[in-house]
Design a protein around this ligand. Structure first.
Ligand code: FAD
Ligand code: FES
Length: 1271
């Protein structure tokens, strides 16, 4: 949080800001408050820290300091916020673990009660306890009150400094950059005229990213933040002059204050700007980004410029040549990032005029995510009618996102009669070539029409001629930002359970408070050690090429660069072998994808290493025909072997006896892990006998240890891996980390080396979830029974095999999902392509597999015209059942989840309400779906189902537990602590888990497959039981003694107080020849209902409600498990509706950061979000009758996809289109909008796929293949 004293108003302002965009020089005179400053576990935690932690809002904890500080800054300004304030404050913070609900719930406790869910007018409110259970996951009454008088004060010395004018320029000198902050307008004008090329840095939100990501160097930076004229506001009878230096938040507040002071007709433009400012970036961005900066940056999709231009705004500009006024019109924007302003000119202020009677201004935007996202298309429109008539006297229409700069539709005019013609003219005027940067050409063109239509409706509405086309009878959801429901806690422990026994209770994540106070240590938090070096990686810029020359001479000249490592420097094994294929650690003579590691530059600092990496020159000779898409791979038979096949019954024969056959195809894109903590490691040489300590963020420390030992050619006993915690992992830190750690270890001579990937590098190098293309043929009876199905799956594995064949196997094993299809055949192949290699990702193929099955079932329902839930029910497993790989199970709990989900969601009445809504609304449609899941737990490779633990009891009675599981936010250490506490009959406070180390528990298996607690919990239980039994004679001698006295006595009796524990898990297997096996220990079941509202004109949707019922047996820790359920659901929602990877035609990943790749944010959480744990479920196969839950619920996020598909179907049926239709995953706004086949999308010529050559590879390539029905 930044705090500043404003000498003119004598006020102190506080605002949240993004640290990565704040230049340190800009902070001269400001007070900075960090998460460490507001509270500490050693003194007193701040109420915000306490409430987020105790409400279970911190899992891996990497996002928690940001959440805390956004909320803290809000409370400093608004001690009793509304829920909308909270939603807005948190809109710019991302969390990949929690699903946001618990964070919001913690923050909600600062609201006045009237501000909670009651506000939204729903019936099941958190206050009246109508969420099904009075039990809560946390006890609000224990929270400290918020006392604003106890907050840190603004440093008085800074007030004094601010009050003392310092007119002379301030100068800061860096290694390659000079920063000058002039003290007056004259100095600024002189500086600017002497250095016209030097940027003026205000908010740094444009210049900063350019420096950081594009490597642009500005030798001189001018920071005019002390020039008061840039912040002055003047009102005139015609409008208001706003200082160009004002932050966007300040502009918004100013306009919001002005609006009530004038009649509405005068403030049309003000209100349009307020609307746009509410959605622009995030609060952190708006708090620093300046009005002048936004205008001059001339982004093609600036949200302000189209509105300012349409609203006839003008600029007051000054330079050494004098002052002038410049109108903001179509002539102002010259090209990408260029305006007509001269390089030495400075924008002093912006004039925003009042509107006139009969004048209307509209502002609309469509963005990939509703908040914190640049718009795909954004617009400002103004129309002026002659007084008392509907004759258009003047009109201006500007769009962003439709070309390299803000564009004006000068020829387009419009009134009631000519609107149809206006669309034609608009389409002719705003032409986008198929290769336009940003892609989605048809969608963008259709948006220009539909946004104009929206403006027309809005104006009609204002003119009171509005027909009831637009607004929904139930009220628009657009305004409702808040999450309504709190999660109930349906499982409670039995009355007989000892009150000290923590198992089954919602114990807070054991590190939550340290995470919320910023004390939790992640890999890159480890203090720099003496002589430490940094490794920056150099990656291939070609998809398939020979390396002709690797020239590192310039890199070695960069100050601070110590060495450059290449494949030749690897002393031991240069490759890692997986499933019989070798993968090079560093490319030798050839590269096979863009992003493949070629060499690494080692330097004294991160900045020097990066400069060195940029100076490495690699020349290539391209090899013919790189393969990018699944289709290309199929055509060229480019597969990793073995391919897999499974069949039950006789599919070919069965097709002969069915009523109908349908053949379809579905495509599903990949997914980036987007763990908040990127790949991180620090390799420290111990100094003797080639011993190394590795501090690393990995799910599999043993594999990292082994890989490093092999790379260095030393025995494993010289390498110790330490994993304290990870800031998220989701499967991405299983295999990929071991390669990165191996490369880092090569860079170590006698000094420690740290390697922390930047987000962009991480996304480029490490791969993610496999995209899949699948074809299916399904035979069914007219009553809905599916008799036979044949599905072919192809994944895009990338350039190395990694775990791709194992993913294919899991895809095939789950292809029955919840359905008993008597004749079922599946085949799967991992395609070898020239894209970065994909890897494990939460669910390991299951979220892809089931998507095809459910899509097939949805198609069957559409062919038959029967409700999809009925088709699902008809085909569901019932009674004693056998899977297609001959595994026997009882689906009773699957059916119970399904029935309870239907009941909790009031499925039938929601269906009626949705259908009614759709009849009454032309452009907004609602859709709903209910989806089941049956998910196999444990590793199909039987040997991986083992775990070990080491438990020490010290003489003071404290207990140190170590086990093979790693903590990545899933709460394994918290659950294991509960296990130890129960088994040793001591409070959890006596049990400590320090880290996972290969020196304490060797040969561990990865924390994956939702099996971590099952295996490691059992190993710890085993060790603790051994110890407790050893204490038995002592306990018998002194039954009333305390734990500490027993431990002391045991020591003097020479009883060992240290024990290992081991769990030999089930001997699971799968025989692919015989097509049968026992690959899972048991199934976790669930069902999920979702309802959405879709804006068919823009493709925007909002999830109105989600109800999840999951069977996780007897939960060891319901708050941790509910956290896993919600987090997985949101990750699934992202996978199926939001997250889209884009590659260039040459195989370069475009989406390499949060601005291009959108994971779900607070705005995406269902408005009503309810999770229920199935009661009365017991599981003899896992610890304390619990079940694994880390992965299964990802797939239930698809309920939102199918709800969108249902809404699209309703829109299509309005246009007379019936039957199955393709909708690829993710169902992003463009796909949903185009599939809705509205009047506007049909006007736009569709040329094949919506992605032109700019990015042809978002899913796997190729065109849509329509389904075919026969029979
Ligand atoms: C994460 C993120 C999300 C964003 N989302 C959106 C969004 O949704 N919609 C949107 O419209 N924008 C968005 N932006 C862009 C943002 O609004 C602009 O970058 C910002 O307004 C620029 O202002 P600044 O003060 O930070 O500019 P700076 O980076 O400080 O400067 C930018 C440029 O403007 C010039 N300049 C600045 N002030 C003046 C002046 N007074 N006179 C002459 N030249 C000047 C500088 O010389 C420099 O070239 C986003 C930016 C980020 C980083
Ligand atoms: S807890 Fe939010 S990212 Fe992990």
């Amino acid at each position: 949080m930044v705090s500043r004293y404003r000498p003119v108003t004598k006020t102190i302002t506080h605002y949240a800001a993004n640290a990565c965009l704040l230049p340190i020089c800009q902070l001269h005179g400001a007070a900075i408050t960090t998460v460490e400053g507001i509270g500490s576990t050693k003194t007193r935690v701040h109420p915000v820290q306490e409430r987020i932690a105790k409400a279970h809002g911190s899992q891996c904890g990497f996002c928690t300091p940001g959440m805390v500080m956004s909320m803290y800054a809000l409370l400093r300004n608004t001690p009793q916020p509304s829920m909308d304030d909270i939603a807005e404050a948190l809109a710019g913070n991302l969390c990949r673990c929690t699903g946001y609900r618990p964070i919001i719930d913690g923050c909600r406790t600062f609201c006045q009660e009237a501000n909670c869910c009651q506000e939204s007018g729903v019936t099941n409110c958190c206050i009246n306890g109508e969420n099904g259970n009075s039990d809560e996951l946390f006890d609000k009454d224990q929270f400290q009150p918020l006392d604003p008088t106890q907050e840190l004060i603004f440093p008085p010395e800074l007030i004094l400094t601010s009050q003392t004018p310092r007119p002379e320029p301030l100068t800061f000198q860096g290694e390659r950059m000079t920063w000058v902050s002039p003290g007056s307008m004259d100095q600024l004008v002189q500086l600017r005229s002497r250095h016209p090329g030097a940027p003026l840095v205000m908010g740094n939100t444009n210049i900063g990213p350019d420096i950081k990501f594009k490597g642009i160097i500005h030798p001189l930076i001018i920071s005019p933040t002390r020039v008061t004229e840039l912040f002055e506001t003047t009102q005139t009878p015609e409008g208001v002059w706003v200082g160009a230096g004002s932050s966007l938040s300040e502009v918004r507040t100013l306009l919001e204050n002005l609006v009530p002071q004038y009649p509405p007709e005068k403030t049309e433009l003000f209100r349009a700007l307020i609307k746009q400012l509410g959605n622009l970036g995030s609060q952190q961005i708006r708090n620093v980004a300046s009005l002048g900066g936004n205008i001059v940056s001339a982004y093609p999709n600036s949200d302000l410029n189209p509105v300012l231009a349409a609203g006839r705004c003008k600029l007051s500009v000054v330079s050494s040549g004098g002052k002038r006024e410049v109108p903001l019109n179509q002539d102002f924007f010259v090209n990408f990032g260029k305006t007509i302003l001269k390089p030495h000119e400075i924008v002093v202020s912006v004039f925003i005029p009042f509107t006139r009677k009969g004048e209307f201004v509209g502002a609309f935007r469509q963005a990939p995510r509703k908040e914190s996202s640049f718009a795909t298309v954004t617009t400002g429109m103004r129309v002026f009618f002659s007084e008392g008539s509907r004759v258009v006297q003047d009109i201006s229409i500007y769009y962003g996102g439709m070309g390299p700069t803000t564009v004006s539709a000068v020829k387009t005019c419009w009134d009631d009669e000519t609107l149809g013609r206006a669309y034609e003219v608009l389409l002719e005027e705003l032409v986008l070539p198929p290769s336009a940067p940003g892609g989605k050409v048809e969608f963008r063109r259709s948006l220009t029409l539909s946004l104009l239509f929206k403006f027309n409706l809005e104006v009609l509405h204002k003119l009171r001629h509005m027909v009831r086309l637009w607004s929904a009878p139930e009220g628009s959801m657009e305004k409702k930002k808040i999450i309504i429901s709190q999660t109930p806690l349906p499982q409670s422990v039995s009355q007989e359970q000892n009150s000290q026994d923590p198992v089954g209770r919602p114990i807070m994540h054991r590190s939550a408070l340290s995470q919320a106070t910023g004390e939790a240590v992640y890999c890159d938090d480890l203090p720099r050690t003496d002589g430490e070096l940094f490794l920056a990686l150099v990656t291939s810029s070609r998809a398939h090429a020979k390396i002709i020359q690797l020239d590192v001479s310039e890199a070695l000249k960069v100050p601070g660069v110590v060495d450059v490592i290449t494949a030749k420097d690897i002393p031991g094994r240069k490759v890692r072998t997986m499933c019989g294929y070798d993968e090079e650690l560093l490319a030798g003579s050839e590269v096979s994808c863009i992003g493949q590691m070629v060499c690494g530059v080692v330097a004294d600092t991160r900045a020097h290493a990066k400069r060195g990496a940029a100076a490495v020159k690699i020349s290539y000779e391209d090899l013919p025909e790189p393969i990018f898409t699944i289709e290309e791979a199929i055509e060229k038979s480019s597969f990793f072997e073995p391919r897999r096949r499974i069949e039950r019954g006789n599919v070919t024969e069965a097709f002969k006896s069915v009523d109908q056959i349908y053949e379809g195809e579905h495509r599903m894109g990949g997914q980036e892990h987007f763990y908040m903590e990127t790949q991180s490691m620090l390799v420290v040489p111990v100094g003797e006998e080639r011993e190394f300590n590795i501090y690393v963020s990995t799910q599999w420390p043993a594999a990292t240890q082994e890989a490093v030992a092999q790379t260095l050619g030393i025995p494993s006993n010289r390498v110790t891996c330490h994993v304290k915690r990870m800031g998220g992992a989701f499967g991405g830190k299983v295999t990929k980390t071991s390669i990165l750690a191996s490369v880092t270890s090569v860079a170590v001579t006698n000094r420690p080396v740290r390697c922390i990937l930047e987000r962009g590098e991480d996304m480029l190098i490490t791969g993610g979830r496999h995209p899949v293309v699948g074809k299916y043929k399904v035979g069914f009876m007219n009553d809905g029974r599916i008799i036979a199905a044949d599905i072919q799956f192809y994944t895009n594995a990338g350039n190395t095999i990694d775990e791709s064949v194992l993913v294919i196997e899991k895809i095939l094993l789950h292809m029955d999902n919840a359905y008993n299809i008597p004749h079922l055949r599946g085949s799967g192949a991992a395609c070898r392509t020239n894209l970065p290699s994909n890897t494990a990702f939460r669910g390991f193929g299951v979220p892809q597999s089931l998507m095809f099955v459910e899509n097939m079932i949805t198609d069957v329902s559409m062919v038959l015209g029967l409700p999809a839930d009925k088709i699902r029910e008809i085909n569901m497993y019932r009674g004693p059942s056998v899977t297609h790989y001959k595994y026997q199970f009882n689906p009773e709990n699957l059916l119970r989840c399904w029935d309870q989900c239907k009941a909790k969601s009031t499925f039938s009445s929601r269906r009626t309400a949705v259908d009614q809504f759709n009849q009454q609304n032309q452009w907004k449609k609602r859709g709903m779906s209910i989806i089941p899941i049956k998910y196999g737990i444990a590793f199909g490779e039987g040997f991986l189902n083992q775990a070990a633990a080491l438990v020490h009891i010290y003489k003071d009675g404290s207990v140190l537990v170590t086990h093979g599981g790693t903590e990545m936010g899933q709460g394994i250490h918290t659950k294991v602590q509960q296990v130890a506490s129960r088994e040793l009959h001591i409070p959890t406070s006596k049990v400590y888990i320090s880290e996972t180390g290969t020196n304490t528990v060797p040969n561990t298996c990865p924390s994956a497959a939702s099996f971590g607690t099952d295996a490691n919990g059992m190993a710890v239980k085993n060790a603790c039981q051994t110890l407790y039994q050893r204490l038995e004679p002592i306990r018998k001698k002194n039954p009333k003694g305390l734990w500490e006295s027993w431990v002391t006595a045991a020591f003097f009796e020479k009883i060992s107080l240290s024990a290992t524990g081991f769990h030999r898990g089930p001997d699971l297997y799968m025989d692919w020849e015989a097509m049968e096996g026992q690959p899972y220990a048991y199934f976790t079941y669930g069902a999920c209902f979702s309802e959405v509202e879709l804006d068919c004109l823009s493709g925007d949707y909002r999830t109105l409600r989600t109800d999840i019922v999951v069977d996780i047996g007897r939960s060891v820790n319901p708050s941790v498990d509910i956290g896993q359920v919600e987090g997985a659901f949101m990750q699934g929602l992202g996978l199926y509706t939001l997250e889209e990877l884009k590659f260039s035609p040459s195989g370069l990943l475009y989406t390499r950061g949060p601005s291009q790749y959108k994971i779900p944010a607070v705005c995406d959480v269902p408005l009503s979000f309810n999770v229920y744990l199935l009661p009365d479920s017991y599981n003899p196969h896992a610890i304390y009758s619990s079940k694994g839950i880390g992965e299964p619920v990802v797939f239930l996020g698809s309920s939102v996809f199918y709800a969108i598909k249902d809404a699209v179907a309703a829109a299509r049926s309005q246009s007379g289109l019936a039957g199955p239709f393709p909708l690829d995953s993710p169902a992003t706004a463009d796909k949903a909008c185009l599939a809705s086949a509205s009047h506007f999308t049909q006007k736009v010529r569709v040329v094949g796929r919506s992605f032109g050559p700019w990015a042809g590879l978002s899913v796997g390539g190729g065109g849509w293949i329509q389904g075919r029905v026969s029979g």
